[in-house]
Design a protein around this ligand. Structure first.
Ligand SMILES: Cc1cc2nc3c(=O)[nH]c(=O)nc-3n(C[C@H](O)[C@H](O)[C@H](O)COP(=O)(O)O)c2cc1C
Length: 242
């Protein structure tokens, strides 16, 4: 198995220690991307990634190699310390550069492990936010390790191991889970926008080019009859009002 680690902490301390403990429970190859070393400039808000295409982002040479690595791996480990009750600016800046993935979800066969460390507060909320972002990208299943490290000498290894082993077994099984209704909702909302009379150029190209325009959800993932029906209703509704 190939694992990609995207580390949103600028240093290799609490968050990194949790990553390393989790890594010890996994078998395979590991590649580390430390966002601090990538020096991705702040998102300029030009909207190019969303409107014209991600290759037109002024920082695409720094961002797209990471996206390529995400495509090539079996499991993604993505981490952040809690900063002012949110993710680190490093990880938020990466998320801003990947905002187009909300419009163009695509990682339907990938699983992720979210790692968050904090001194005392905000870890659950931040892990939930990262989970939400990854689901918008299309990621199939997200595991979470969020720990308060303040005042503790040693890591809560049993908590880390338990979740890391669940993640490992799942990645190795290659099982794909049925998406949540919310995921089916957003997929069909974006799909309907892409086929509207005045679509966003890059969205239209993506949805038609990948053939996703003909799917109720990522084609690799099975939907039960209820979710299929829900997908069609959402698509028809937004298509009629766009
Ligand atoms: C700029 C900054 C903001 C922080 N904000 C919070 C916070 O809101 N709540 C909290 O409990 N800890 C906060 N912390 C503490 C870190 O979340 C905590 O020490 C974390 O484990 C650091 O991870 P690292 O060792 O990977 O850098 C903050 C630390 C820094 C440097």
């Amino acid at each position: 198995m190939k694992y990609l680690i995207i580390n949103g902490s600028p240093r290799r301390k609490n968050t990194y220690k949790i990553i390393k403990q989790a890594e010890s429970d996994l078998d395979g190859e590991f590649e580390e991307v430390h966002l601090i070393e990538k020096q991705i400039p702040m998102c300029l808000g030009c909207m190019n990634c969303i409107v014209v295409g991600e290759d037109k982002c002024p920082h695409h040479d720094k961002v797209q190699p990471i996206i390529e690595k995400m495509r090539e791996c079996d499991g993604i480990i993505i981490s952040s310390p809690v900063y002012a009750l949110n993710v680190s600016a490093l990880l938020k800046n990466f998320f801003d550069h990947t905002a187009y993935l909300y419009h163009r979800p695509q990682f339907f066969t990938k699983k992720a492990l979210v790692v968050v460390s904090t001194a005392g507060a905000g870890h659950k909320k931040v892990a939930k936010y990262i989970d939400e972002t990854l689901r918008h990208w299309g990621i199939n299943k997200v595991y979470k390790i969020s720990l308060a490290c303040g005042g503790k000498e040693s890591l809560e290894t049993s908590k880390i191991d338990k979740e890391a082993i669940r993640f490992k077994k799942d990645v190795e099984s290659r099982k794909l889970y049925s998406p949540k209704f919310g995921d089916v909702f957003y997929f069909n909302l974006w799909k309907s926008l892409a086929v509207s009379d005045e679509p966003i150029e890059a969205d239209a190209e993506f949805w038609k080019g990948t053939g996703l325009v003909n799917c109720d959800y990522g084609p690799e993932v099975k939907l039960n009859i209820l979710k299929k029906l829900f997908a069609k209703i959402i698509f028809k509704f937004f298509k009629s009002v766009m």
